[in-house]
Design a protein around this ligand. Structure first.
Ligand SMILES: NC(=O)c1ccc[n+]([C@@H]2O[C@H](COP(=O)([O-])OP(=O)(O)OC[C@H]3O[C@@H](n4cnc5c(N)ncnc54)[C@H](O)[C@@H]3O)[C@@H](O)[C@H]2O)c1
Length: 383
């Protein structure tokens, strides 16, 4: 079996997503398993070089990931033809400049979402990549979480008939940082540093809705900062001024209505941290990240609507769990494998800088709707 290496510049791997998901779970996992199988039987093996600002931390991360190359000089690495792919998981505010530099150097791009803090910048990345002729992809990990993947298969199979309603709930409690360490970096809660629930999550919700065959056509959104004091990584209190909660409504292509509720200030009492319910004429499904349940039209129980007796119907009973037919695979790794194959074999890769720009547009329109208290239309991003 022949082997082929592909050099990847990985920037931002001392951070939470870059290190845990992209380096350890995805790239180190693929290397450990001998690479990605290509159509001709060749194994494509990632050959990463880690890039960042802190040499000591980089060296530690590289050692733990079994990687022997790292650098603090992005320009030098970008000029090295041994690395045709640039990956970026730095903070959102620092992404646009880095990715433009990588495009100018002729690198294929793979990066975290949101690609930019505003639509104009996100679009400029897509335009630049198109003009330079490089391949590009953006993380849309929720699509490969097993529960959501099963939901997408239901759409593809025509299970729902006509989709009528889509509901997304993405809520959990993020510790303030005084009693327990916070699960997320403090910049997420400071507006000036690119933080905020809208910018963080609306790009995810956009591609999740689009995957239900329903590009959002418009949006009305209300958001707020509900927890106003948090403690940072060093235990220092700070004023949280970025939105941490939102409620939004969109009309979807195809006529369905969509509702999104998302918050870092809600305690979980649902199936999962992100839950998506789709109701159609022929059936309904509810998916968390891990699992998915369905209820067909013929199996729909009758609601009783009585205030005089306790509800006799157990509404959880008549749902059928979709069985596991494949091992649970890390969603970030699954998308990485598809992207690497796309770089060397070609073919479609729809989760690109254009799709990501539409997600940033959704976030920008959400903020504008909240600020101006009005509906905002969402024109399709031109190809
Ligand atoms: N796909 C997902 O589900 C998901 C989840 C969370 C975050 N994200 C996105 O991933 C990105 C990183 O988020 P995180 O939670 O890992 O953040 P983090 O703060 O843990 O990590 C940020 C990384 O960027 C580096 N960095 C910070 N400022 C920089 C600068 N000015 N120049 C160069 N590097 C800089 C840091 O050293 C660190 O390596 C964000 O864009 C975020 O929106 C995606």
């Amino acid at each position: 079996m022949s082997e082929r290496k592909i050099g990847i510049i990985m920037n931002g791997v001392t951070g939470r997503m870059g290190m845990n998901q992209h380096l350890m779970n995805a790239i180190a996992g693929i290397r450990r398993d001998g690479g990605v199988a290509l159509a001709d039987g060749t194994r494509l093996v990632p050959d990463p070089i880690l890039v960042g600002r802190d040499a000591e931390r980089l060296e530690g991360v590289a050692r733990r990931a079994g990687v022997d190359k790292w650098s603090t000089d992005l320009d030098v690495v970008l000029s090295d033809a041994a690395y045709p792919v640039y990956f970026d998981a730095v903070t959102t505010a620092a992404r646009v400049a880095n990715v433009h530099r990588a495009i100018a150097a002729g690198k294929h791009i793979y990066c975290e979402k949101p690609t930019a803090e505003n639509f104009a910048d996100a679009l400029s990345l897509y335009t630049a990549a198109k003009q330079k002729g490089v391949k590009h992809g953006v993380v849309a990990d929720k699509l490969w979480a097993p529960g959501m993947f099963k939901l997408r298969q239901l759409v593809q199979s025509g299970f729902f008939g006509k989709v009528l309603m889509v509901r997304i709930e993405g809520c959990y409690w993020v510790f303030e940082g005084d009693l327990q360490p916070p699960q997320r970096p403090s910049w997420n809660y400071r507006k000036a540093d690119g933080g905020g629930m809208i910018l963080d999550m609306m790009p995810h919700y956009f591609y999740m809705l689009e995957a239900m065959n329903g590009r959002p056509l418009d949006i009305v959104c209300h958001a707020d900062t509900l927890v106003k004091k948090r403690w940072d990584e060093r235990g220092k209190p700070y004023a949280a001024d970025a939105d941490d909660s939102l409620m939004a409504i969109s009309r979807l292509e195809g006529g369905a209505m969509a509702q999104i509720m998302s918050s870092w200030c809600v305690r979980v009492r649902t199936e999962d941290i992100i839950v998506m319910q789709v109701d159609g004429t022929d059936g309904s499904a509810v998916a968390g990240l891990a699992h998915c349940w369905t209820q067909r039209r013929e199996a729909t129980p009758k609601g009783q609507w009585s205030l005089d007796v306790a509800e006799p119907v157990d509404y959880y009973r008549d749902w059928q769990k979709i069985p596991e037919t494949a091992p649970y695979k890390n969603a970030f790794r699954t998308q990485w494998e598809l992207f690497l194959k796309h770089v060397v074999e070609g073919g479609e890769f729809p989760w690109n800088l254009r799709a990501a720009a539409a997600g940033v547009q959704y976030a920008e329109a959400s903020t504008a709707s909240w600020r101006d208290r009005r509906w905002i239309d969402l024109p399709a991003v031109p190809a």
